[in-house]
Structure formats: structure tokens, C-alpha cells
Design a protein around this ligand. Sequence first.
Ligand code: GLP
Length: 241
Amino acid sequence: MEVVIAPAQELAALAADAIESSLRRRPRTVLGLATGSSPLKVYDELARRHAEDGLSFAEAQGFMLDEYVGLAADHPERYRNVIATEIAERVDWPADQVRGPDGLAEDLPAACAAYEESIRAAGGVDLQLLGIGTDGHIAFNEPGSSLASRTRIKTLTRQTRVDNARFFDGDVERVPTHCLTQGLGTIMESRHLVLLATGKHKAEAVHQLVEGPVSALWPATVMQFHPHATVLVDEAAASRL
Ligand code: GLP
């Protein structure tokens, strides 16, 4: 695991560099997309490089990590809509090449299985962007998640709903109770993992991720087993290392 400590803006540029070099090497790159605030500066940087340097996503495929269950199709916090707004629509990325688990499907387990199959059919994820929850979750794999888990339905912890209430007018009751998420086993099959974390509130999770024992109690620790994992953190998030 490679750990880089740098100011937030530099971290975003480093993540964008990794994505850009993958796209330039192989335009059909399969990118794993994360939501939350951590990747936002990366998406800004990619949009800038698209506008100024002609970086193209026209042949790329995108797969989202997770999705809330039951949010209306036009809800701005539905992760599909977030990803469309934050990155896909700001570059030349055809909408049908960016996919996520279907949180509105009638048969949710079937939607999870179909999603796994679509990732496999695309040849697997080349580069997966990740954030980390304050409780050490990645995607929505909350503490206690099996380290070998696949895409499935999960119940969100109270802590994650409180953390994410800021996206729902500060009202925790509006945050959905369930989600669909790629499993830790699914995420571990990506060829390169790039995790971003900034701020003191992430320090304990980053400490566990890098230095803690591998345990389902801190799901991100499974990344210690990955052959190509890059952890990009600012001073505050690195303060317990
Ligand atoms: C959510 C997302 C995760 C994200 C985490 C951290 O729970 N499902 O993918 O990593 O929040 O969010 P943030 O980057 O806003 O701190």
C-alpha cells in the first residue's frame, strides 16, 4: 500500500493523473466511481482537463460503487444523478456507459447480481476511486461486512446516516435506511484502488486502514491485501499515522 501525504488540491491532481494516464493508455478504460465529498475535487480536475487538454471519456466505461434504495429517479441525491452532475455530464461521457446498481429495481437481489455481471462483462474495473467513512466503511460496506462480500443490499448505520444528513437538508430522517453496494470482494477485484481522505474526522479510519489489523470491524483494512492500492491523505487525515 502506497501512502501519499499532501495538501488536498495536490491529492486531487494525483488521482486525476492516475485516471488520465489510464485513459490515455487505453481509451476503453473501466473506471470505478465514488460519491461523497472526497472525490469532488478530482472530478473538477478531470472536467478541467477535458475542457482544456481534450481528455476524453468517450470510450470509457464507468461503474458506481453504490446507490441508495428507494430514492425517486429525479432525486438530486440519487447517486446516479450525483455522478451525472459531478462528472459524466461535464465531460464527453455517453450516459449509457456509466452504470450503477439499480436502487429502484423491484427485485433488488436480481439487480445486484445483474450489476456484478455487467462489471464482469466490461472486463472488470481498471481504476477504482474510493472515499472512506468515519467508521472505516468503503462504498457502503459498513463495519461487520464480510471481507469477501459481493454487491448486495445493506442497512446503513446510524453513524453513516448522520454523516450523510448534510446532503439531505441536515435531516437524518430523510436519509434512506438501505442501499445497494458493491461488496468488499467486488472492490478488491479492481486492478488499482485509489482512496482519498481529508480532514481530522478521517484520522482514526485512516490509522486503522493503514496500520490496524485487517478486520471486518474496519472494512477498509481489506485493502492491505490489495497488490496495487494508493492512499492519498492530507496532513489532518494522516495525523494518527
Ligand atoms: C458515503 C459513500 C462512500 C464515501 C463515504 C465518505 O457513505 N457511500 O462511498 O466514501 O460516504 O464520504 P465523504 O467523502 O463525503 O466523507
